[in-house]
Design a protein around this ligand. Structure first.
Ligand SMILES: NC(=O)c1ccc[n+]([C@@H]2O[C@H](COP(=O)([O-])OP(=O)(O)OC[C@H]3O[C@@H](n4cnc5c(N)ncnc54)[C@H](OP(=O)(O)O)[C@@H]3O)[C@@H](O)[C@H]2O)c1
Length: 211
């Protein structure tokens, strides 16, 4: 799959792009094309482009930009029309040493969807720290995918599965994105308050065999 990572020059974008490049054609998107090219050089086979160029050329587009920059999506609405767009954006604020969900209601993913109404927006990767993707191999973990159609879920699930050891779990429609984004603050606080390193999501099942 040809996948663009907008903000692929940032901490999470770079790490995710590195993992995705194992099985996909990756385009690093940056506000600055030369910065995108420089980041792309660090990843075998990756290309670099500005946000518009990256959005146009890719089949699936991942937003790895800060919540504060979400408004720029509106300027890409035509280039993203008809495409599957993945939001990993977490609106987080820090208060009294705790990470808190930064919105009164709704979610970053739903705000993104409203800015690009012609696109099929889903969530993925929200609860996974870049630290997991910066390693050569990812440990077995789950990522929650909210999407308004099963078809969109399946496209994103394929992308998730292209990273070895990463399991997509369908979380229901995009209205569930707020719960997923809130979980990011929870796992960050759990890791810090329990001195447990960086934590992420891995669900166990009654179908699992005892080891
Ligand atoms: N870091 C993590 O572990 C992690 C985990 C899960 C989800 N996330 C989410 O992923 C997103 C990116 O996080 P990050 O830690 O990678 O952030 P980051 O290191 O600050 O990178 C963000 C990238 O976004 C681009 N950008 C576009 N508009 C921007 C603006 N107005 N101000 C600053 N940067 C802008 C920048 O790329 P150009 O300047 O090249 O355009 C920058 O490299 C966030 O929404 C975060 O919640 C992060």
């Amino acid at each position: 799959v040809k996948v663009a990572v907008l903000g692929g020059t940032g901490r999470m974008g770079r790490a995710l792009a590195k993992q995705l490049s194992k099985e996909n054609d990756v385009v690093i998107g940056s506000r600055d094309e030369s910065r995108a090219r420089a980041s792309a050089k660090e990843i075998d086979g990756a290309e670099g482009a500005d946000y518009r160029g990256a959005s146009k050329t890719a089949e699936v587009v991942v937003f790895a930009i800060p919540y504060s920059a979400i408004g720029l999506a509106a300027t890409l609405a035509d280039a993203l029309a008809g495409k599957v767009v993945v939001s990993m954006i977490n609106p987080i604020r820090v208060e009294g040493g705790l990470m808190l969900f930064g919105l009164k209601d709704g979610s970053a993913a739903e705000e993104l969807a409203a800015l690009i109404p012609g696109s099929k927006v889903a969530t993925a990767f929200n609860n996974i720290s870049a630290l997991f993707f910066e390693r050569d191999e990812v440990v077995p973990i789950d990522t929650l995918v909210a999407a308004d159609s099963l078809e969109t879920f399946e496209t994103v699930a394929g992308l998730v599965r292209s990273i070895p050891n990463l399991r997509p779990l369908y979380a229901g429609p995009l209205s569930q994105a707020g719960t997923i984004e809130r979980m990011t603050s929870l796992v960050l606080n759990l890791g810090r308050l329990n001195r447990a390193g960086s934590l992420t999501t891995r669900f166990v099942s009654t179908k699992d065999k005892p080891s």
